[in-house]
Design a protein around this ligand. Structure first.
Ligand SMILES: [Zn+2]
Length: 289
């Protein structure tokens, strides 16, 4: 034990773990999965109530009991809630090159490592790496360029040369890739919360039905298939079955960043803290398997 280092003493950081003041309750734990995830967590010295709190926090977002395997790494932070119970505030998991993090806010909302509330839609302003001109806007009263009939245009057309990479505007699941006489090759992605996006007139699709895509993933090359007057990408955004103006929505909310509340910032800080705790305590966790 050392009682002589003051808080400002640089040597403190060199002190071994057991030199921490006795009255300070340990709240950050880390370890490696051995034969079972739960027994490996219990080995860090926490109680079964804390394991239950950890599972309550993670199950909905990352089913650690199904996904964990021997050799994975984890770190978590406990805290005292308003009922004076010890709970797991945050959980970090590393499996090969994948990592997962979840944080329970004091407001009881669940946050990710970027301080976003979980399942909030992070989206791009345009489904491309570069910006392209809008050649035809969303309109409920447009004269169709081919049929010249008055027909609503439920999407936004971008003037993209054939072969332009098309990116998923948000993370989600591919629910359709098909050819249609009007839409040409098209892709439909379901983003959850009643939100669906569609991409039409594609030259080539790079995903198939059932694939999960992340925001910004290349899903296709734009083209000129189906009924068109020239190469372009037609994007639709559908909310609870109703088409909405993608370009307008994205002008208001495009490249969505979270409102950085104290909770968001604490989630980001806690993510960094758990990651560095794991890497400091278990340098082997940095080695790729
Ligand atoms: Zn269109």
């Amino acid at each position: 034990m050392s009682f002589f280092w003051s808080e400002s003493d640089d040597a403190e950081s060199m002190a071994p773990k057991q030199s921490e003041p006795l009255q300070e309750v340990k709240s950050v734990f880390s370890g490696q999965v051995d034969y079972s995830f739960i027994s490996s967590v219990l080995d860090t010295g926490v109680s079964s109530n804390e394991v239950k709190s950890l599972l309550d926090l993670t199950t909905e977002y990352f089913n650690v009991l199904n996904k964990s395997s021997k050799g994975d790494w984890f770190a978590f932070k406990t805290d005292i809630d308003t009922n004076n119970q010890t709970i797991v505030r945050a959980f970090y998991y590393r499996q090969s090159d994948e990592e997962f993090f979840v944080y329970r806010g004091y407001d009881n909302n669940i946050y990710d490592k970027d301080g976003f509330q979980f399942n909030s839609l992070k989206s791009l302003q345009m489904p491309f790496k570069n910006h392209y001109r809008i050649s035809s806007s969303f309109s409920l009263k447009r004269r169709h360029p081919v049929t010249h009939r008055l027909a609503p245009h439920y999407g936004t057309d971008y003037a993209t040369p054939v072969g332009t990479q098309v990116l998923a505007i948000a993370s989600g699941k591919v629910i359709r890739t098909r050819y249609d006489h009007f839409a040409g090759n098209y892709i439909t992605i379901e983003h959850g919360n009643g939100i669906v996006s569609r991409y039409m007139h594609l030259l080539k699709t790079k995903v198939k039905r059932g694939d999960f895509v992340n925001v910004g993933d290349v899903i296709a090359l734009s083209g000129n298939t189906g009924r068109t007057t020239g190469p372009h990408l037609h994007v639709e955004l559908i909310y609870n079955g109703v088409p909405i103006d993608f370009a307008k929505t994205q002008r208001q909310y495009g490249d969505v960043k979270p409102l950085l509340t104290a909770q968001s910032l604490d989630a980001v800080d806690t993510f960094e803290a758990l990651k560095s705790e794991l890497e400091t305590t278990h340098p082997m966790s940095l080695t790729r398997r």
